[in-house]
Design a protein around this ligand. Structure first.
Ligand code: UDP
Length: 407
């Protein structure tokens, strides 16, 4: 099948770690590669943000197409809405003249607007993955939320007009129901993890004798790093390693990194907090394997790839019970779930787990098993391909139907 992925701000080619580059980039790249490996023709349409970039760039069996929409320079995703009309026009012309897809799968709401506009002209069915919802962001960030006005209304309208909403976790189902969208229009297919890269065996980043708590993600407030630093005095002797940050420049130049280091000094744990900066995706398994526990303490999290990546590497997780983490982390089996924004609860869970070798080994084995079984990209891609076929009324060929295709 010919599949158009639309990912306006998150290019699969772009470096991870910038303010707007994170899980969506990984998700679109891995999903497209897995679908391509199952015999589908995949193109990812993303906004051109570099005047020197080629229009079409091949990547792992699929193509990345740079759509001219707005100035060819990096822009914050919250500034992209005015260019979505241009994006849709260009894409519709591409579909009409050279590459008509069987289905379009949009990632993030602004991609959805472009996809629906282009698809109407070419009669292509559209699936929508939100990745994040405006209602949730507004609830947690209040006035600090810089999303374009009317985001929530656009998201609701999109949910009504697309052929299917691909939801990633139970919590998202509830949010969408609260927005008034019908359950019948949703299909729950979670994100995945690259189980060939993220696996328990393999090299690990060197470390000292202290217990290592690892946390990974973009250096943004809502990821809960401050709560983890505040929890650290309750976990004597353990070090907290934070992986993530801007891909360029020393980490100390980042204003939020400076704030975290100041907080560590204030809590008398500066000697136990290390900001490792951004790590290339291929190096991430080494860091997970070096950890005794992965801590993920976001205030909210639409899906959350990093706990799943750690689980796939056989690392137990202590996470806040929010969003996708309540689906991926099985409380008391693959990790522990705690109340969000509660450093005491985090500290208690981390101390208990680090002091209990038997529990940690049990969690680790169950975590690796769960990640490999339920969240491999091969399985996720197969389930989505079956859904695309359902929406388009097309039958997949035998080569396109791996055994995992059970929706
Ligand atoms: N990541 C990375 N290098 C870093 C920090 C993060 O490759 O230095 C990757 C990480 O492995 C994961 C993604 O970035 O695949 C973050 O995804 P997640 O869903 O946890 O958070 P998001 O950024 O989407 O909020």
């Amino acid at each position: 099948m010919r599949i158009a992925m639309i990912s306006e701000h998150a290019s699969p080619l772009s470096a991870l770690g910038g303010v707007d580059a994170g899980g969506q980039n990984t998700h679109v790249a891995e999903l497209s590669a897995a679908l391509a490996a199952q015999g589908h023709e995949v193109r990812v349409y993303t906004r051109r943000d570099d005047a020197t970039a080629a229009v079409v760039v091949p990547m792992k069996g699929f193509e990345v197409v740079h759509v001219p929409a707005g100035p060819p320079v990096p822009l914050a995703k919250d500034d992209l809405l005015p260019f979505m009309g241009e994006f849709a026009e260009w894409m519709a012309a591409d579909w009409r003249t050279s590459w008509l897809p069987g289905v379009a799968h949009a990632h993030f709401w602004m991609s959805g607007l472009a996809a629906v506009t282009a698809a109407r002209r070419c009669d292509v069915p559209v699936l929508q993955t939100y990745h994040a919802l405006g209602t949730v962001k507004r609830r947690h960030q209040g006035d600090a939320d810089t999303s374009p006005q009317h985001r929530v209304a656009y998201e609701r309208e999109l949910g009504r007009v697309v052929d299917r909403i691909v939801v990633q976790c139970q919590d998202e189902v509830s949010e969408l129901l609260r927005m008034g969208l019908p359950r019948a229009g949703m299909a729950l297919v979670p994100s995945g993890v690259n189980t060939e890269l993220f696996r328990p065996d393999g090299p690990a980043e060197p470390r000292g004798a202290s217990r290592r708590i690892l946390t990974v993600g973009r250096l943004v407030e809502r990821k809960g790093y401050e709560d983890l630093i505040r929890a650290l005095p309750m976990v004597p002797g353990a070090e907290l390693v934070v992986v993530g940050g801007p891909p360029e420049g020393p980490i100390e130049d980042h204003p939020y990194a400076r704030k975290l280091l100041a907080l560590a000094r204030h809590c008398n744990v500066a000697d136990r907090v290390r900001l490792a900066g951004a790590v290339p995706p291929a190096q991430m398994p080494r860091w997970y394997r070096s950890a005794d526990v992965l801590a993920a303490a976001p205030w909210y999290e639409p899906f959350g790839l990093t706990p799943l990546e750690a689980m796939a590497c056989g690392v137990p997780v202590v996470a806040t019970a929010v969003g996708g983490l309540t689906d991926t982390v099985v409380d008391g089996v693959t990790g522990d779930l705690v109340t969000p924004r509660d450093p005491r609860a985090l500290g208690a869970a981390l101390r208990r787990l680090l002091n209990d070798d038997v529990r940690r080994v049990g969690y680790a084995a169950a975590a690796a098993d769960r990640a490999a079984h339920s969240y491999s990209w091969r399985r996720v891609a197969a389930r989505l391909a079956a859904l695309y076929a359902q929406v388009t009324g097309r039958t997949l060929t035998e080569a396109e139907t791996p055994r995992e295709a059970v929706v």
